[in-house]
Ligand binder design. Structure first.
Ligand SMILES: Cc1cc2nc3c(=O)[nH]c(=O)nc-3n(C[C@H](O)[C@H](O)[C@H](O)COP(=O)(O)OP(=O)(O)OC[C@H]3O[C@@H](n4cnc5c(N)ncnc54)[C@H](O)[C@@H]3O)c2cc1C
Ligand SMILES: NC(=O)c1ccc[n+]([C@@H]2O[C@H](COP(=O)([O-])OP(=O)(O)OC[C@H]3O[C@@H](n4cnc5c(N)ncnc54)[C@H](OP(=O)(O)O)[C@@H]3O)[C@@H](O)[C@H]2O)c1
Length: 453
């Protein structure tokens, strides 16, 4: 019986759910998962906040296809520029499932956004999560004020990490240099700038609750009296009535709170948008904020402005996917055009090309959302199996040789487990479950068995 060889590009939740679904199908498929990083798990490793330890335990589910070794992992293999081209990869596989996520920070398009100290959440979160692309970020934490823009869970993650003490974060997996930087942090006031009202926030109540429960920071609500007056009952887009009610109950209770002697404060500032970042010597020195009104669901500036004294602005306002040369891309949506997971070029399905996860539907949804999403894509792929053109080089050795020709030595599952063990070893020295190895060269040394520094 013909064996169909499938590549999954991206070892985040969507790619790994797709690999598991392919394996569970009972069809004659072999699956290889490629990722540009030497470590699997995508945003579970490099997005989920370090203090959300329970959430990271989903890794136990995601790793199942590799253990026992039903699926091959090829880490450190980038598809596209600087790696192996998609056209070449396609000569080795019957089908390719693209699961590369949405890693590009969206911009606010306000003057001053280019200043040092103006960062996207993608960069800032990657830094504290130990992503090898951002080890040198060095975010300015030497100023008492910080602004975080956005009303989603990522904004809350960023605010919470900034509000916690280094001692609280020492038990997590943050890399040692990140912990050192947080230990030296002068941050006192974290201003979360929310462009609409309390009824519109996209926070989940469990995440919001944690902001009100911080040991060393107060939460202060700046709502211009909206909550006391009773806000409109219509939930914002994508927000259920239950979630809205729970958030409003919490926010209403907090609105009556006053600052205590805790060293830090998280200010939730509703109906406020940054309109300009101010700079001094090329770095952020303040943010001009305008008060908004919501008119027929639209955010409208009132012209009333104030300046907040901040040295760092983190925008947590969403992401876009990165185009892969050779694959159609919807510039406006920042996703790959598709129908139920089949990639479309000018409305017509591209044979053997599929997408899943954030690159398919955009940057929304929790880890579990990607399971159903991957199932839909895999169902389409399996239905197409009999029609998939045979690749020119179906033998696994041919791919290894092609990668070697590009100077790529993949990190296989055994090598990843060596890196994993090194992180657990470092964690033991700090009383944490693991401590991330963040520098790429060090990751590769640990994975390939070179002596630890
Ligand atoms: C900051 C943050 C915190 C979050 N916290 C939570 C949480 O606590 N709980 C929760 O349920 N959800 C959380 N989410 C949402 C969750 O992480 C996403 O739903 C999920 O990770 C999306 O999965 P994905 O596989 O589509 O993308 P990703 O997880 O981004 O995986 C994409 C993978 O593709 C790889 N890749 C990209 N480009 C290439 C290329 N060219 N070649 C090879 N490989 C490539 C990347 O290295 C990455 O491993 C969070 C999201 C963010 C941004
Ligand atoms: N613990 C968890 O479960 C967890 C943790 C992190 C992330 N996640 C999930 O990951 C996904 C992504 O999270 P996210 O926070 O990046 O996205 P999100 O939930 O879509 O929130 C993005 C926020 O940015 C705001 N925004 C967009 N453009 C803006 C602009 N120009 N100016 C000011 N504000 C702007 C939006 O405001 P409007 O609402 O006004 O449009 C929205 O509040 C979500 O599904 C989230 O639930 C889950």
């Amino acid at each position: 019986m013909e064996q169909f060889r499938i590549a999954v590009i991206g070892a985040g939740p969507s790619g790994l759910y797709a690999a598991a679904a392919l394996l569970a199908s009972g069809e004659p498929v072999s699956v290889e998962v490629l990722d540009r990083l030497p470590a699997p798990y995508g945003l579970v490793r490099y997005g989920v906040a370090p203090d959300h330890v329970k959430m990271k335990s989903v890794i136990r589910v995601l790793q199942r296809p590799f253990d026992p070794a039903h699926v091959e992992f090829l880490g450190g293999v980038r598809i596209g520029e600087g790696g192996i081209g998609l056209d070449e990869l396609r000569t080795h596989f019957h089908a390719v499932v693209h699961a590369t996520g949405s890693s590009v920070d969206r911009s606010l398009d306000v003057p001053g956004e280019e200043l040092a100290g103006s960062l996207g959440s993608g960069a800032f979160v990657s830094w504290y999560c130990g992503h090898p692309d951002h080890t040198e970020l060095d975010p300015p934490l030497d100023h008492p004020g910080v602004a975080v823009v956005g009303a989603g869970n990522v904004a809350l993650d960023v605010a919470r990490v900034l509000a916690k003490t280094a001692d609280e974060l020492a038990a997590t997996d943050v890399p040692e240099p990140v912990l050192d930087a947080l230990r030296g942090s002068a941050v006192r006031d974290i201003h979360v700038l929310i462009r609409r009202g309390p009824e519109h926030v996209r926070f989940t109540p469990a995440e919001l609750h944690q902001i009100g429960d911080l040991a060393h920071a107060d939460v202060l609500v700046h709502d211009d009296g909206l909550l006391a007056a009773g806000v409109a009952e219509t939930p914002g887009e994508g927000v259920t009535e239950r979630r809205q009610r729970q958030n409003l109950e919490m926010l209403t209770e907090w609105a009556g709170r006053h600052a205590s002697d805790r060293p830090r404060r998280v200010h939730l500032r509703f109906l406020r948008s940054p309109v300009r970042l101010l700079g001094e010597d090329g770095r952020v020195s303040g943010v001009v904020v305008e008060r908004n009104a919501v008119v027929d669901g639209r955010v409208v500036g009132t012209g009333e402005q104030e300046t907040l004294d901040v040295g760092l602005v983190v925008r947590a306002i969403g992401y876009r996917g990165e185009p892969i040369p050779g694959l159609p891309f919807d510039e406006a949506g920042g996703v790959v055009p598709n129908e139920g997971g089949r990639v479309l070029r000018d409305g017509v399905a591209v044979p053997g090309a599929y997408v899943t996860g954030w690159i398919k539907r955009g940057p929304s949804g929790v880890i579990g959302t990607n399971k159903g999403d991957a199932a839909e894509t895999v169902k389409a792929l399996l239905a197409d199996l009999p029609t998939l053109p045979a690749p020119a080089h179906p033998e696994p050795e041919a791919l290894r040789a092609a990668l070697a020709a590009h100077g790529i030595r993949p990190v296989d599952w055994t090598a990843w487990l060596r890196l994993d063990a090194e992180e657990v070893r470092r964690g033991g020295q700090r009383g944490a479950e693991r401590v991330k190895v963040a520098h790429l060269a060090e990751m590769l040394d640990a994975a390939h068995g070179a002596p630890a520094p």
